[in-house]
Design a protein around this ligand. Structure first.
Ligand code: HDE
Length: 732
């Protein structure tokens, strides 16, 4: 029975008393962005009167099939998920723009690299590789760094990683690599981790992966922030100029915040305390008005110099040492806007290595050639239709015009009779090229050779650049690689696999192999140089041993050590860092206020951590206590500072504040203790370590002059202090 509204409302201009007036208000196009402020409707716009109860026969009776509102809602929900990416499933993204510093017209005709007046919009997605969409941000993993630039000549995607080389040389091995790295298929264990048998079985039988192995065992796979990662296009590409001259090029993104990492213990703790650590960091930073910035760098090599070096530029397991081919910084990318909707933008964005523009071209790198097939293919199954390029996030910002038609979910309404070429009706089909829009032309490289399935001999050196990477590390960095391998290989159950890995490590460096072998209780090989494995019990001794552990490189153009590969010496500052201030209601609120101001001025975020949430009355108003000891963990912060005041007595009695300080000390991060809190630090550290004696090692004590101590403390934030005494003895 119809219950209300006996007068049907007007629906078209010809119907109803007010039809004309209402029809004029109906927008011609559907608004693509919803703000959820309009009244509730179904998907076809019918107003919904009751969203709490389904339609049923009697108050306690069965639900009626007629309830199309219920069915539509459940049905849409049932289909909400699309397949997650087969790799790089977990990611986060941001919008921004790219601005060129200087024209590269000597090298390329690409407008995005020649027109310095244009701000090219970009969308950048960062990701881990192995974990599924719900895995943690701080898993040890290569990180994806995929940039989509919406240029005036179409989308240009640099689908890169935060590591400049790759595991394999030929795309045909990619499914094997990923199957080996993903959770083992019978038990679906482990999630987002390479520390298991199948991964090392594959790696130990694939010596070309040894260079990449060194990178993934380093702290590079544990970035502190997406904004503190380098990005690399990895493959050799080409730039082509107006004269048709080709120059080989490698693309780099250099973060203005410097390249910085977490350490393994921290990353594991963060995984438990904040699985969204990286995406939260980027979201909060951008929301606070602190954009992430990188400079675009290029390394170039003249076409005729292709064979100059003892590594093959088509081999993606090799980098070009910056000492040989310096990086020229040519523009800046700024990420300053968070997405409006994760699914519509971050999940549906579709990167593709074949998205290039006139003036940029591929090389014959066999990994790149395979990728050029794989990305389009994967989008078809992930997004379900070749019309995925019409989704707002994938749509180019320049006109699109061709004779491709129809398919699932077509949005474009192509007008007219002509969807073919050549055509004379309706004017004509889209022109291939116009003078103002030159078309893409492949570089006419002469190609000639027998059809063969072989790996070029020039791809044959698998250890030379692994040695270069090892040599280039500082001793703490070497120590971390050793520890990572000790951990990963200890998780491998099959002894033969562990042994094969030790043999490879010995090809890279004897001391490295010995140190790892010591943890496994094995010897690397029968020809072990120093028969007695050295233990790693004493950190300082380990570091000293590792400092001398250099190898003779090859496939590196004679470069023995490359500064650019080490993270030591990177620019550091408090900018983008997060600092915990431990408080309770009786700490010196004036000092807290000064601290907050000084940190803010330096571009850092501070958070008050106390026994409970609430507010601390300060000289310039209340300050929010945002976290408690239950919700905050030292691993989530880059530094900690404790103000003085009578409240320190209470903090002294709290184990949580001791752990906070001890763990921050152990992880080499900056510590500031003011007034009474100096004693708190001494109490938190193992016997024999006295706060005042640690000055200069990232520990600031301000017994009297809080103001200058605060200034000094802020200056220490962002750096790591690995020369602190007795790091290994700190229980935290
Ligand atoms: Fe990918 N890769 N990849 N890859 N890759 C994908 O595409 C593939 C490789 C990279 O944020 C997939 O859309 C093959 C190197 C990033 O959406 C897939 C090979 C590098 C992303 C695919 C490689 C990358 C992907 C899965 C060996 C660094 C995430 C979902 C020939 C230069 C992009 C998708 C995003 C994603 C295939 C190797 C980077 C299956 C076959 C080398 C950053 O198409």
């Amino acid at each position: 029975m119809q219950q209300n509204n006996p007068k049907p409302g007007p629906t078209t201009p010809s119907e109803g008393q007010n039809g004309q007036r209402l029809a004029n208000k109906i927008p011609a196009e559907h608004p693509m962005m919803t703000d959820n402020r309009s009244p509730l409707t179904t998907n076809v716009g019918q107003p919904v009167a009751d969203d709490q109860n389904s339609l049923r026969a009697g108050e306690r009776g069965p639900t009626l099939l007629e309830d199309y509102i219920l069915r539509e809602k459940l049905q849409h929900f049932d289909h909400e998920r699309i397949p997650e990416r087969i790799v790089h499933a977990r990611g986060a993204a941001a919008h921004g723009y790219f601005q060129l510093y200087e024209s590269l017209e000597d090298l390329t005709i690409a407008k995005v690299l020649t027109d310095t007046t244009v701000q090219t919009p970009v969308f950048v997605r960062f990701s881990t590789v192995a974990g599924s969409r719900g895995s943690v941000d701080t898993a040890r993993d290569v990180h994806g760094f995929a940039v989509k630039m919406y240029t005036s000549e179409g989308n240009w995607d640099i689908v890169g990683n935060n590591i400049p080389v790759f595991f394999i040389q030929d795309a045909i091995k990619f499914p094997d690599l990923i199957h080996a790295a993903k959770p083992e298929p019978d038990r679906e264990i482990p999630q987002a981790a390479t520390a298991h048998d199948t991964f090392y079985d594959f790696i130990s039988l694939t010596p070309e992966s040894m260079h990449m192995l060194m990178w993934i065992m380093s702290d590079r796979t544990l970035p502190r922030s997406f904004g503190m990662m380098e990005g690399f296009g990895v493959h050799t590409f080409r730039l082509v100029n107006a004269q048709g001259k080709s120059t080989f090029v490698k693309f780099h993104w250099k973060p203005l915040l410097g390249v910085h990492s977490l350490v393994w213990d921290e990353a594991q703790q963060i995984a438990g305390h904040d699985a969204d650590f990286h995406r939260r960091d980027m979201w909060d930073s951008i929301k606070e008005g602190n954009p992430f910035e990188w400079e675009l760098g290029i390394q170039t090599l003249a076409q005729e110099d292709e064979q100059t070096y003892d590594f093959d530029i088509l081999d993606a397991t090799k980098l070009w040492p910056e000492e040989l081919l310096p990086v020229r910084r040519v523009g800046k990318m700024t990420l300053d806007r968070n997405p409006d909707n994760y699914f519509a933008e971050t999940e549906q964005v579709a990167f593709n290595t074949t998205n290039i523009v006139p003036g940029i071209d591929f090389s014959n790198d066999p990994l790149l050639q395979g990728r050029n097939f794989s990305y389009l293919d994967t989008q078809l199954s992930r997004l379900g239709s070749p019309n995925f390029t019409e989704l707002p996030i994938n749509r180019p910002r320049c006109p699109v015009s061709n004779n491709q038609r129809d398919a699932h979910m077509r949005h474009t309404i192509d007008k007219g009779r002509v969807s073919y070429a050549p055509a004379s009706l309706d004017g004509h089909s889209p022109d291939e090229v116009t003078p103002s829009r030159p078309g893409f032309v492949s570089y006419p490289e002469p190609v000639n050779g027998p059809k063969v399935r072989v790996r070029s001999e020039s791809f044959g050196d698998h250890y030379g650049q692994a040695k270069l990477f090892w040599n280039s590390m500082s001793s703490p960095e070497k120590e971390h690689i050793v520890k990572a391998l000790q951990f990963e290989l200890s998780m491998v159950e099959t002894q033969a696999v562990r042994q094969r890995m030790l043999n490879h490590l010995q090809q890279i460096n004897d001391v490295l192999a010995e140190q790892v072998a010591a943890a496994l209780g094995e010897l690397p090989a029968d020809k072990l140089s120093a028969a007695k494995p050295r233990g790693t019990a004493d950190w300082v001794e380990g570091a000293e041993i590792l400092a001398d552990a250099q190898s003779e490189t090859s496939a590196s153009g004679g470069v023995q050590q490359s500064k650019a590969l080490s993270m030591e010496g990177q620019p550091t500052s408090p900018k983008g860092r997060k600092v915990a201030i431990l408080v309770n209601s009786d700490v010196d609120a004036g000092q807290v206020s000064m601290l907050k101001d000084a940190l803010k001025k330096a571009g850092a975020i501070s958070e008050l951590v106390g026994p409970h949430l609430g507010r601390l009355a300060g000289p310039e108003g209340d300050m929010k206590i945002a976290k408690t000891f239950a919700t905050a963990n030292p691993a989530l912060y880059d530094a900690v500072c404790v103000p003085g005041g009578p409240g320190v007595t209470t903090l002294m009695k709290k184990g949580d504040s001791h752990v906070f300080l001890a763990q921050t000390y152990k992880h080499g991060k900056a510590i500031g203790v003011l007034g009474e809190a100096v004693e708190l630090l001494s109490a938190a550290l193992p016997e024999g370590l006295v706060a005042d004696q640690l000055e200069g090692m990232g520990v600031t004590t301000g017994r009297n002059d809080a103001q200058s101590a605060i200034a000094q403390f802020v200056g220490t934030v962002g750096r790591r202090y690995w020369k602190r005494p007795a790091l290994e003895t700190v229980a935290a």
